[in-house]
Design a protein around this ligand. Structure first.
Ligand code: B1M
Length: 230
């Protein structure tokens, strides 16, 4: 029974179905329970929230990632799945806290100053949440000093910045310099991403890593976590 619900959950993440009213990627699924109904059902049956996240949500998003890399899924499909996971995580959040599952760490995420592109950053935030991190999303058009203040106050292990414009990407460098000037640079790992930037750029500005997509961002944070105190 547990496995059935988790399998259904995984399939509905892949289908990008938030509720029973949604069509889904394959269509014709209206009326069948979506992710939100399945999460409620799983919780009512006492299924461990950690299994719900790992075997349902994250397992589903892993398949979505494979489909995206294989050009079988496009960005709207990925967004639908990411939204389903986001809704699921909102329902699960209080239960995760209650069940005593330790979060894997905290990540402050922002699109840099002058840049209003937030779709990619939102995907990264949702995937990180799905992978078990607490994400504080500062939004878009975020001044370096706002990031510094958030690091000081919230003491995250990671800062993640996104930039889509060649005219705004240098604010990533400004932010890293501001972290250094504030004596906070060695307290956080900095990862960056977005269409304007690259691995080479990340190295050039002294970031700790670059993620080409949301899944790479999660893998990067997981890899860097082994070197970070929580
Ligand atoms: Co604009 N825009 N845009 N735009 N826009 C681009 C980026 C552009 C490449 C289009 C083009 O000309 N071909 C171009 C930039 C050129 C350049 O700088 N070299 C451009 C421009 C010029 C502009 C304006 C200046 C246009 C104007 O007004 N004249 C203006 C600037 C506004 C501003 O920011 N100040 C502008 C405005 C907009 C809209 C508001 C209309 C809208 C944004 C809506 C929104 O985000 N809420 C928009 C859009 C939609 C785009 C395109 C078409 C799509 C961007 C997107 O959402 N991609 C874009 C062209 C393109 O990229 N094909 C374009 C989907 C998203 C999932 O991908 O964000 O790359 P992406 O995120 C990926 C990865 O990059 C990675 O993971 C994500 C998921 O896989 N990733 C990270 C992202 N952040 C990460 C962080 C990480 C790790 C990975 O770690 C922390």
């Amino acid at each position: 029974m547990t496995e059935d619900i988790l399998t259904l959950l995984k399939e509905n993440v892949i289908q990008g179905r938030v509720t029973q009213d949604d069509e889904g990627f394959d269509e014709g699924m209206v009326g069948q329970p979506g992710v939100s109904e399945l999460i409620e059902k799983a919780l009512a049956q006492g299924i461990n929230p950690e299994n719900i996240v790992n075997k349902g949500l994250t397992a589903g998003m892993n398949i979505v990632g494979q489909k995206y890399e294989a050009n079988e899924y496009y960005i709207p499909d990925m967004l639908a799945s990411a939204e389903a996971v986001g809704v699921a995580m909102e329902i699960l959040e209080p239960h995760l806290a209650k069940s005593g599952i330790k979060s894997k760490g905290k990540v402050i995420v922002a699109t840099v100053k002058g840049d209003l592109h937030d779709i990619g950053k939102n995907i990264v935030s949702m995937l990180l949440r799905g992978a078990g991190y607490i994400v504080r999303d500062l939004g878009n058009d975020i001044d370096p000093q706002v990031i510094i203040a958030a690091v000081r106050e919230e003491k995250p292990q990671f800062v993640g910045m996104s930039a889509l414009l060649t005219s705004t990407m240098m604010h990533m460098k400004d932010t890293i310099e501001a972290l250094t000037e504030s004596g906070l640079r060695d307290k956080v790992k900095v990862i960056i991403g977005g269409a304007a930037v690259s691995e080479e750029f990340a190295q050039g500005i002294g970031a700790d890593g670059y993620g080409a997509d949301g899944f790479q961002a999660v893998r990067l944070v997981e890899a860097l976590s082994t070197n970070v105190e929580s």
